[in-house]
Design a protein around this ligand. Structure first.
Ligand SMILES: [Cu+2]
Length: 290
């Protein structure tokens, strides 16, 4: 297994931190070794050709060239193998890895919205439902244009730059953009997705290591592109709950979640629907979040 990471380490790739990232590592490692073999092979052939067809041995040029049909057969064989690789492997693997999105009910769902030059994150809050967003409501204090008249948006959280997710849970990030084309890229998760204005494109990964990982913008999107960075912090479930609670308190949104159908970990046990305290309520009432 060690040999499978030689080139990746040489290229400076951060250690993989997602459940499926090793597959990407394998293909990158394999491609580089394969290209290395081709490189050596073609150079050997080139040097052989220089020697074999040197002028001393071939004083006059052959205008006929190769007369056998072998090169034609070789070309067809190459086309056939390429087609097989594409249709038989690449497309099915793409469908399996990219289009088979995990069940939203079991996953952490986050909206990531790129803008020049940072990443905004929209979290649904304890109710698990995203509030309405409207581009016409966007302002400096409301960067995502969240509609405060929508009851679903009352507990929503907006965080800038730093996203927290719990370990060993599927995370679905719906990627979009407010201005130009960006690219939401978490190298440690071996995941990247273009953020295209007018489109919402899901990306998913399952973090398997706690820690802080870099989010970068993978598309040259303007003068500040180099600084368009963020972090994803993979927490233990307890730390994640603590972060959610802290963010909710900072935002002045209700911290006692109504018990809706959320998987264990997000909505606290014992909380009842309708018990949501008003913003700024005293802290002594029973907190729902674990
Ligand atoms: Cu960007």
């Amino acid at each position: 297994m060690i040999s499978l990471a030689v080139i990746n380490e040489f290229l400076g790739m951060p250690p993989n931190a997602s459940a499926d990232g090793y597959q990407v590592d394998h293909i990158i490692e394999f491609s580089h070794w394969f290209m290395g073999v081709l490189f050596v092979g073609w150079w050997a052939f080139f040097i052989f050709a220089l020697w074999r067809f040197r002028q001393k041995r071939n004083p006059t040029a052959s205008h006929e060239g190769v007369t056998s049909g072998i090169s034609t057969h070789l070309e067809f064989a190459v086309i056939l193998i390429d087609a097989l690789l594409l249709v038989g492997f690449a497309i099915p693997l793409w469908a399996k890895r990219v289009n088979k999105i995990p069940d939203e009910k079991e996953a952490i769902v986050v909206h990531a919205v790129g803008q020049q030059f940072n990443w905004n994150f929209h979290l649904p809050g304890p109710d698990g439902v995203f509030g309405r967003r409207d581009i016409y409501l966007e302002s400096n204090s409301n960067p995502l244009g969240i509609d405060s008249n929508d009851p679903n948006s009352r507990d929503d959280l907006v965080v800038l730059g730093e996203l927290h997710v719990p370990i060993n849970r599927d995370v679905i990030v719906d990627v979009s953009s407010k201005d130009v084309i960006h690219n939401f890229d978490i190298p440690a998760m071996r995941m990247a997705q273009d953020a295209i204005p007018g489109q919402v494109i899901p990306l998913w990964f399952k973090p398997i290591k706690t820690g802080t990982f870099e989010i970068v913008c993978g598309q040259l999107c303007g003068l500040g592109h180099y600084a368009m960075k963020g972090t994803v912090v993979v927490d233990t479930p307890a730390d994640y709950q603590a972060w959610l609670k802290e963010r909710a308190q900072l935002a002045g949104t209700p911290t006692a979640p109504p018990a809706l159908q959320r998987p264990p970990g997000e909505a606290g046990p014992g909380s009842t629907p309708g018990s949501v305290p008003p913003p700024g309520a005293p802290k002594n009432q029973k907190p729902g979040g674990g």
